[in-house]
Design a binder for this molecule. Structure first.
Ligand SMILES: Nc1nc2c(ncn2[C@@H]2O[C@H](COP(=O)(O)OP(=O)(O)OP(=O)(O)O)[C@@H](O)[C@H]2O)c(=O)[nH]1
Length: 235
């Protein structure tokens, strides 16, 4: 167990070329909806969803970054403090597949090696695929990443992606805590990107610079989480 009665918040960045389905994935996961309209993300959006992983309460904070290079300067700033990453490409867009390594580098430069997953979205459009299965699997192997084929439209494998990342993150966190229990200390200003105003928040940083935001229990909030989408909010 992590510290009892603490809730861990994990900042997850979702990155990849424009129109691969990043916003749709986050909307699907946090709100349970899918829209056919394409609305280009300007800069960064953010939604959250609480989940329970191995009996731990975890709050996933999902950062939706713009895929267009014109927004690179803005989005890079938001990678800082990220604790997990989803790299997305589309079944019908070869360029988005070819760009994956460079997206990974952009994130790594800012935050180092964090739990990361590779997602091929839009597999409902497999008839129109421009990427062979072996190619996608080869990429995952080269990058040493868990690989999911998903369809946000059909709600295939979306939950699994985020569950995997949360598990992987908690696993690393426990390893670090077990190896170096004395280095968990409180910081006050590192996580400026989290705009929560709760007085029950404490920020912690572990030895490798990964950030842990622990939210002390807020009875009102934890009691009304029966609907997993109920407490999603767009900031
Ligand atoms: N067929 C199909 N279409 C999808 C799927 N996921 C997303 N789309 C569509 O793809 C288009 C782009 O989706 P977005 O979620 O806006 O893409 P994005 O990656 O956030 O794009 P940027 O904001 O430009 O970075 C929209 O028209 C979505 O409806 C899917 O699984 N299958």
């Amino acid at each position: 167990m992590l510290e009892e009665d603490m809730e861990v918040a994990i900042k997850v960045v979702v990155v990849g070329n424009g129109a691969v389905g990043k916003s749709s994935m986050i909307q699907r996961y946090c709100k349970g909806v899918f829209t056919k309209d394409y609305k280009k993300t300007i800069g960064v959006d953010f939604l959250e969803r609480p989940i329970v992983v191995n009996d731990e309460e975890v709050r996933l904070m999902l950062w939706d970054t713009a895929g267009q290079e014109e927004f690179d300067a803005i989005t890079k700033a938001y990678y800082r403090g990220a604790q997990a990453c989803v790299l997305v490409f589309s079944t019908t867009d070869r360029e988005s597949y070819q760009a994956i390594s460079s997206w990974r580098e952009k994130v790594e430069v800012e935050v180092g090696d964090i739990p990361t997953v590779l997602v091929q979205n839009k597999i409902d459009l497999l008839d129109e695929t421009v990427i062979k299965n072996e190619e996608a699997e080869g990429l995952a192997k080269r990058l040493k990443l868990r690989f999911y084929r998903a369809s946000v439209k059909e709600d295939l494998n979306v939950t699994e992606v985020f569950k995997y990342l949360a598990e992987k993150y908690l696993q690393r966190l426990k390893q670090q805590t077990a190896e170096e229990p004395e280095v968990v200390h409180t910081t006050s200003n590192k996580m400026g990107v989290f705009t929560t105003t709760s007085t029950n928040v404490s920020h912690q940083s572990s030895s490798n610079g990964h950030e842990v935001i622990s939210l002390r229990p807020n009875k009102q909030r934890t009691k009304k989480t029966k609907n997993p989408f109920g407490s999603c909010s767009l900031l």
